[in-house]
Ligand binder design. Structure first.
Ligand code: SAM
Length: 447
């Protein structure tokens, strides 16, 4: 364990008082807990000893860290490995009445995608969730995680916040899980301790304030901004909320009592005013998290109009898939570089975004042009509605993921999904003499 910086301990004690600060420091020297969140629509079975997480039905706290890479369901979006405090946001969104609600939502700093998948699971499938990540490598990881999650109502963008904000005020809900100094993650991320210094806190605080300002431009009147960080520092948390209140936001914390599990929460107070909540290491089952809920005032600029259709869609009757395909599963289809994307989000939102933001993924890639026909794309197998044609044992499944062996042949020929314990892993093509493995080489398991 690295020594905690003296200036950090000083700021922690000043902000939380001696007793709470000491209990946080005590917790920061323990090993971090390991938790996963099951996909609500995929039948993953939990094979490890675990405890439930009080605020998230799909969340499980594992007694030991398994070798996730050797579990086929990890590669098929059966679950997401996520620290448990982050899952509390589902409770917050529920308390605000967002569960199963159709919303146009933006996850402004989305990679690797833990909270994006949580948001997708909370809102209705008729929602459109735009997931933005500015960093190229992290954007690729985000796309991969959304693909595994089988998400067909998301759009991934890679734009700076000010560029994105030129889209106008089109969002009902923005999650701003801001880049921060990471104080709440110190036991999980030793590098965060190494790079921490008071200057970093100030630097992060300036970036966060700018992101809040851009979020305000993107929100519809009376739209919600959920602001969260994984730091414990008031300059990055309460102070930024205060600044947002001065700039026209209103505080919209859920009614006292509606959050339940309040014993796990620590009120974030400044000058006697409640500005949000903390989940603190030691008090929560997970790492440190701050959140607040802000609402854009009703007296701001008019909401933006959606732009007329610009992107090229194709009709379902123009599809000629070689595999069995339920075209009614997707409301619209878009084509890009021979890839056909099934999209269940709003085309109006997509078209409006396309004029301003750099779009890197739309919905779920489901088919791919090959010669005169269309072969299945890996994304189609990741859709939670996909069914397993060829059931594999664990060893066979790992061989399939490594692309070291072909799956066993079946009587019926043609394109077949292969899967493990009810969850599809990908595609195979059964020929007369052999079966070809179509697991994407870029995702191949290397050990
Ligand atoms: N919400 C993510 C999740 O739950 O998986 C974690 C997001 S992480 C705390 C913050 C993200 O913001 C990082 O992926 C980082 O690349 C991105 N970021 C950093 N600086 C940024 C900026 N100036 N504007 C927008 N995003 C930024």
């Amino acid at each position: 364990m690295n020594e905690l910086p003296a200036a950090f301990i000083e700021s922690l004690t000043k902000h939380f008082g001696q007793e709470v600060a000491t209990s946080i420091q005590d917790a920061l020297i323990l090993e971090p807990s390991i938790s996963i969140r099951l996909h609500p629509d995929k039948p993953a079975t939990l094979e490890w000893e675990s405890n439930s997480i009080p605020w998230c039905d799909e969340g499980h706290l594992l007694h030991q860290r398994p070798n996730f890479a050797q579990d086929p369901h990890f590669h098929a979006g059966g679950y997401y490995v996520q620290e448990s405090s982050s899952m509390f946001l589902k409770k917050v969104w529920k308390a605000l009445g967002f569960e199963n609600k159709a919303m146009v939502a933006l996850d402004m700093c989305a990679a690797p995608g833990g909270k994006s998948t949580l948001l997708l699971d909370t809102l209705s499938k008729e929602s459109t969730v735009v997931c933005n990540e500015i960093d190229g490598k992290r954007n690729a990881v985000l796309r991969e995680n959304l693909l595994k999650w089988g998400s067909s109502n998301s759009i991934v963008t890679k734009s700076s916040a000010d560029k994105l904000a030129s889209v106008g005020s089109i969002f009902d809900l923005i999650l701003l899980d801001a880049p921060c100094s990471g104080e709440g993650m110190f036991r999980k991320d030793k590098f965060a301790i190494k790079q921490w210094n008071p200057g970093l806190v100030d630097h992060c605080s300036v970036i966060q304030a700018d992101l809040i300002e851009q979020a305000s431009r993107l929100l519809r009147n009376e739209g919600y901004l959920v602001y969260s960080t994984c730091t414990l520092n008031p300059n990055e948390n309460e102070q930024n909320v205060l600044r947002a209140l001065e700039s026209g936001f209103e505080l919209s914390l859920p009614e006292s009592g509606s959050l339940a599990h309040e014993s796990f929460l620590h009120p974030a107070m400044l000058n006697g005013k409640l500005l949000g909540y903390y989940l603190l290491p030691g008090k929560s089952t997970g790492e440190g998290l701050f959140f607040s809920i802000l609402r854009k005032g009703a007296e701001n600029q008019a909401s933006a109009e959606f732009k007329a259709s610009k992107l090229k869609t194709i009709d379902a009757d123009q599809l000629n898939p070689e595999c069995s395909f339920q075209s009614s599963n997707y409301q619209s289809y878009l084509e890009h570089q021979d890839k056909i994307m099934g999209f269940n989000g709003s085309l109006d939102v997509l078209n409006t975004l396309s004029a301003h933001a750099f779009i890197t993924q739309v919905g779920l890639p489901v088919l791919e042009r090959k010669g005169k026909g269309m072969i299945p794309h890996h994304g189609l197998a990741m859709d939670a509605s996909s069914e397993v044609d060829i059931a594999l044992s664990k060893e066979e499944a790992l061989d399939y993921l490594r692309k070291s062996k072909s799956p066993p042949a079946t009587e019926a020929k043609g394109w077949k999904t292969v899967g493990y314990k009810g969850i599809t892993l990908g595609w195979a093509k059964v020929l007369d003499q052999r079966t070809n493995n179509y697991y994407p080489s870029s995702l191949r398991l290397r050990h």
